[in-house]
Design a protein around this ligand. Structure first.
Ligand SMILES: Cc1cc2nc3c(=O)[nH]c(=O)nc-3n(C[C@H](O)[C@H](O)[C@H](O)COP(=O)(O)OP(=O)(O)OC[C@H]3O[C@@H](n4cnc5c(N)ncnc54)[C@H](O)[C@@H]3O)c2cc1C
Length: 378
């Protein structure tokens, strides 16, 4: 298994040290304050974190999906919301700009984004279009040398702090999903309006809001990709988005497991550590088993992606499996910690709240299971 090659081990160690020294000491305070972790975001940029999956010589660090997922997993052990913010900056927020942006656009936005000086957002969801992207109604209309963008996006991660948006728009409603295209919209474009941030159950340092585009006029070269190929461009990174979400889930599951394991060794009840009771042992042993399974599934999927093989089915399976595991591990941790699992002083409650974040992006589980069944030709 490629999981144990040297660059992978080294990356794991570097990120684990960063989490132990820089993230763990402030995670609780940042979560309670519910503010964007700008300092940590910039420290990650200084480590070239956002360049990880882009090629060398083109502003990247020459890594691959496996290394990207290792980084996401290790960050998620310390603080899921920071990991999610970093993961988005590496992939969805900058990918189409990198692939399709003009040299001028890349110099003005991609490089600063890699340096952590600018933040990007990815805008698919609308008030009436979630998993069903065929229902997107935000329009882009050609007007001479410009496009006019009009519509409303919602649940946009990082929107309150974003400097630019990658926006999925409909250019030809008669063509349905073949009329979908991505557009690059700078924050300072007249007509862009970001709502106040949403109050969230978990991942409270991620800032999420609605973004309205009111007749926003952008130059013609801000169309990212060939006309009519927006959905294809999205599909080309979908397996990686799902693998990344699974990596975040695996990191959170490991953090919850380790908290529960340690507590089971320390806490005494009826004269013995609670970890000596079979019911607690069964919970911990089954979590350890599923974590092992999720890890194998994840890095088998990323190896396929890195080898240029199809990994659609595998990425859906691991996104589903690892996220359900993260939710269960966080739930079990709050139970094994007894009353302390309910206390804001211990991290178990944060894992419990944060795990829910993973349920939506990359496909809700109802839709994923339906798609897996279709892949199985049921
Ligand atoms: C924390 C967070 C961050 C987010 N960040 C972003 C972001 O940065 N950018 C962005 O564009 N979006 C973002 N989203 C939105 C996210 O992508 C959507 O929530 C997701 O696509 C699901 O859409 P929806 O919530 O509208 O649910 P819907 O698609 O309306 O689904 C509602 C329910 O119906 C079920 N359902 C739907 N279709 C079927 C079916 N065919 N069969 C069975 N059940 C079905 C779903 O599983 C779900 O349970 C974020 C959401 C959250 C919670």
């Amino acid at each position: 298994m490629t999981l144990r090659s040297d660059p992978q081990k080294l990356l794991r160690q570097v990120i684990a040290r960063f989490v132990a020294e820089e993230v763990a000491p402030v995670a609780r305070e940042l979560d309670q304050a519910g503010r964007f972790p700008r300092e940590l975001f910039q420290k990650l940029a200084a480590m070239n974190a956002y360049r990880i999956r882009y090629p060398r010589g083109k502003g990247g660090a020459g890594g691959n999906t496996t290394l990207y997922c290792i980084m996401c997993e290790e960050l998620a052990k310390g603080m899921l919301s920071l990991a999610a913010i970093a993961a988005k900056q590496c992939l969805m927020a900058t990918n189409f700009l990198f692939r399709f942006g003009s040299p001028e656009l890349k110099e003005k936005y991609f490089e600063p984004a890699m340096r952590g000086e600018m933040i990007g957002s990815f805008c698919l969801t609308e008030p009436e279009a979630g998993g069903d992207l065929g229902a997107v109604t935000t329009t882009a209309t050609r007007d001479g040398d410009h496009w006019i963008i009009s519509g409303m996006k919602t649940w946009i991660t990082n929107a309150p702090v974003a400097d630019f948006f990658t926006v999925l728009c409909q250019t030809d409603p008669e063509k349905g999903i073949r009329g979908l295209n991505f557009f690059f919209v700078p924050r300072d474009t007249p007509g862009v309006r970001v709502s106040p941030r949403f109050e969230l159950l978990g991942t409270r340092t991620t800032e999420i809001a609605e973004v309205a585009f009111n007749d926003c006029r952008i130059p013609a070269d801000h169309l990212l990709g060939k006309p009519g190929k927006g959905l294809g461009a999205l599909l080309s990174i979908l397996a990686e988005i799902r693998a990344m979400t699974a990596a975040l889930a695996l990191g959170l599951a490991k953090a919850a497991y380790e908290t529960a394991f340690q507590y089971a060794q320390e806490r005494q009840a009826f004269g013995r550590p609670i970890g000596k009771y079979q019911l607690i042992q069964a919970k911990i042993a089954s979590l350890a088993t599923e974590i092992y399974a999720a890890e194998l599934m994840l890095y088998d999927t990323t190896a396929k992606i890195d080898a240029g093989q199809r990994a659609g089915r595998e990425s859906m399976m691991v996104k589903y499996f690892a996220t359900e595991l993260a939710c269960r591990a966080a739930d079990e941790a709050t139970r094994i910690l007894g009353a302390y699992g309910y206390s804001m002083e211990y991290p178990a409650q944060r894992y419990f709240r944060d795990a829910r974040f993973l349920l939506y992006g990359g496909g809700t589980h109802e839709v994923l299971l339906q798609n897996i069944a279709r892949e199985l030709r049921l």
